[in-house]
Design a binder for this molecule. Structure first.
Ligand SMILES: [Zn+2]
Length: 413
């Protein structure tokens, strides 16, 4: 008999299966088993959540984000990327102070968690403050201190990136990464140093790639290479790389990227808004690349909502490539297992011994009718606000508008 057990009751859906009327049993940080709900009496269960009309899914993985930028939501809307970044965002970012940044990081994390994210892959300045905000709320967080050396930006000092990694490395829910900003703002020497360091430490590298036409132009002019070739020549194009965006990849770059086993973090809403463009995700997927999904930041998205992102991913890619070229299954895979694979996590599935990072959605609402069609309803009809509870490592970190770990609720904001 196992003690201290939690049970989530409802329909459990991951990318492999849909199981109706089950109890997902959680023991400690892991999923203990998935059993028919009528067998629950055979276990000594301490707490029961959900019930009829609930959908249980693996926690969604936001694989590229900058949560503190929630502060800049609504600023510089409807501008092209380079004007937005150079004239609106960077001048604001120069003025960050630690305390303020931590407050906005926490607000961003609250939004992400309340919409079903159990893991975020963060890339920003003052990484330590974001790590502390993540520890407070209890969300699984990968985080790298953003570094650049080709432009003068005091918050992005290269040595701070290595320092942060050494200090945090792996600290329960926090995993440090290396975070060179982008191919046009980081030199080959620095990328090589980061690559060697990451290899020695078995760390992940998280970078922006081909986010704007301007970035591609600059890299070609400076290096005589396309951005993916530049990553390869710098020695960081491998399975430990997560590159966000990849909007302007050429066919050659797609083949190279897919062969490398790196992950492309697709953030369609943000880049559709900033560049009016969609990455060649379907081509990358066909070529065998791993794909994950991300919200990017609330200044460009303007939400931190992975459920909304799934729908946008499907719809925007249909506009680009045709309605039959992308299916709900693929989008759900990218939002769960694709992210888990990129971050080397045993999550993204509801199975024995998987991390108990789970989301409970209340489907007793008109937009979930007719009943059934679980996957279609999740990707095309569900809303972030359907998320009722969020579990990370088996702990409740969100419960109907409240965040038990920080004793804060929506009404306190
Ligand atoms: Zn970004």
């Amino acid at each position: 008999m196992v003690k201290n057990m939690k049970a989530l009751i409802g329909t459990a859906m991951d990318i492999r299966s849909i199981r109706k009327n089950v109890a997902v049993l959680i023991e400690g940080e892991r999923i203990y088993d998935i059993i028919p709900v009528d067998k629950i009496k055979e276990y000594e269960v301490d707490e029961v959540f959900g019930g009829e009309g609930y959908l249980i899914i693996p926690g969604l993985i936001n694989s590229h984000t900058h949560v503190a930028m929630t502060k800049f939501r609504g600023l510089g809307d409807d501008l092209p990327l380079n004007t937005w970044l150079n004239e609106v965002i960077w001048p604001m970012e120069m003025k960050w102070d630690r305390k303020d940044l931590r407050k906005w990081a926490l607000i961003g994390l609250m939004e992400a968690v309340s919409n079903g994210s159990t893991t975020v892959n963060e890339h920003y300045f003052f990484a330590e403050e974001i790590a502390r905000a993540a520890q407070e709320i209890g969300v699984r967080t990968f985080i790298g201190q953003t570094v650049m050396d080709l432009i003068d930006f005091p918050l992005a000092e290269p040595k701070e990136g290595f320092k942060f990694f050494k200090r945090w490395k792996k600290c329960r829910l926090i995993t440090a990464t290396l975070a060179p900003h982008a191919t046009d703002t980081v030199s080959r020497d620095l990328l090589e140093d980061i690559g060697n360091f990451a290899k020695k430490e078995n760390g992940l590298i998280h970078i922006h790639l081909s986010q704007s036409r301007e970035e591609v132009r600059k890299v070609r002019k400076r290096e005589g290479l396309y951005p993916v070739e530049y990553l390869q020549k710098s020695g960081i194009l491998n399975e430990n790389l997560i590159a966000a965006h990849g909007v302007y990849l050429t066919d050659r770059e797609i083949a190279l990227f897919a062969k490398s086993k790196a992950t492309l973090a697709h953030c369609p809403t943000s880049l559709a808004k900033l560049e009016g463009a969609i990455a060649p995700i379907i081509e990358l997927w066909k070529a065998g690349s791993n794909i994950s999904l991300g919200n990017d930041c609330a200044a460009s998205n303007n939400s931190l909502d992975m459920i909304e992102e799934m729908k946008m991913t499907a719809i925007l890619n249909k506009v680009k490539a045709g309605p039959e070229k992308i299916k709900a299954e693929e989008v759900f895979y990218w939002a769960t297992l694709g992210g888990a694979k990129a971050l080397r996590l045993k999550s993204g599935l509801i199975g024995k011994d998987y991390l108990a990072d789970l989301v409970l959605l209340n489907t007793k609402k008109p937009h979930f009718l007719p009943e059934g069609y679980y996957l279609s309803h999740l990707v095309y009809s569900a809303k972030g606000s359907d998320v009722e509870m969020v579990f990370v490592n088996g702990d409740v970190i969100y419960d109907t508008g409240k965040f038990p770990k920080i004793k804060t609720s929506f009404s306190d904001l």
